[in-house]
Design a protein around this ligand. Structure first.
Ligand code: NAP
Length: 226
């Protein structure tokens, strides 16, 4: 697949190089073309490098890893993104002072979708520290590391789901794009855990335990909240 990386920072570079390692054609976009070229040199398969607009035009799938400016300033011709699945992995600014966003507030992903109505935004990969992208595929598969997907486009979700599986992660359908509010809050929770001592190689997995053969505790009864 042709993958355009919009924003070659830590996440854009890491995800782009990982996709190239898995045989995809990748184009790294940045405001700084030298930075994009340096990232492209890390890719085993020859990769392209240039502007964010060129990356947007190149990809059949877009990784949106840029932040700090309105979408239409990052990509000059938004029509290049029309009909394309676009992975948004942005989170709130990292806070160490205990001030976190509200899980009910409009998410970055919803605001991005409103700015780019022709793209098919999928919130994904935002709950993983970049370090986890370095972990060997066999280890990821063994631990069933979850990547949560929220989107209003089922077809875009299918495309991203396939990529997630290919990279060794366990996709978890998190419903419509509005649920990105929860995923961005979940990233805040996880980053706070890192501040409290969790490893940068920590990650979240939805683990389905086998159902116990016998009930010892009375089982789940209907709630009677008034
Ligand atoms: N790092 C992680 O472990 C991690 C994990 C999950 C999610 N995230 C989220 O992913 C996003 C990117 O994180 P990161 O760690 O890759 O950050 P980063 O290394 O600081 O990279 C920031 C990116 O934003 C772009 N950018 C910044 N200001 C811009 C502006 N005014 N106009 C256009 N582009 C601008 C940079 O573009 P240039 O290439 O042009 O410099 C760069 O690609 C953040 O929202 C972060 O919360 C990060």
């Amino acid at each position: 697949m042709k993958i355009g990386i919009v924003g070659t920072g830590n996440m854009g570079r890491s995800l782009g190089v990982l996709c190239a390692l898995h045989g995809h054609e990748v184009y790294f976009g940045s405001r700084d073309e030298q930075k994009a070229r340096t990232a492209a040199l890390l890719a085993v398969k020859p990769a392209g490098a240039g502007t964010n607009q060129e990356a947007a035009a190149f990809g059949d799938l877009i990784v949106w890893a840029a932040r700090g400016a309105p979408a239409k300033e990052i990509v000059s011709d938004a029509s290049s993104l029309a009909g394309k699945p676009l992975i948004d992995l942005n989170n709130n600014e990292n806070r160490t002072d205990g001030g976190f966003g509200s899980a009910g507030a409009l998410s970055f992903a919803e605001r991005l979708q409103a700015e780019l109505p022709e793209a098919q935004v999928v919130k994904a990969f935002n709950t993983l520290p970049m370090e986890v992208l370095e972990v060997e595929e066999a280890e990821l598969r063994d631990k069933q590391v979850s990547v949560f997907l929220a989107s209003d486009s089922e077809s875009a979700k299918v495309t991203v789901r396939e990529l997630v599986e290919e990279l060794g992660f366990a996709p978890f359908d998190f419903g419509p794009l509005r649920n990105a509010r929860l995923l961005e809050a979940l990233a805040d929770v996880f980053r706070h855990a890192i501040h409290q001592g969790a490893s940068l190689y920590g990650c979240l997995s939805i683990v389905n335990l086998p159902k116990p053969e016998r009930t010892r505790l009375g089982g789940r009864q209907p709630s009677k909240l008034r």
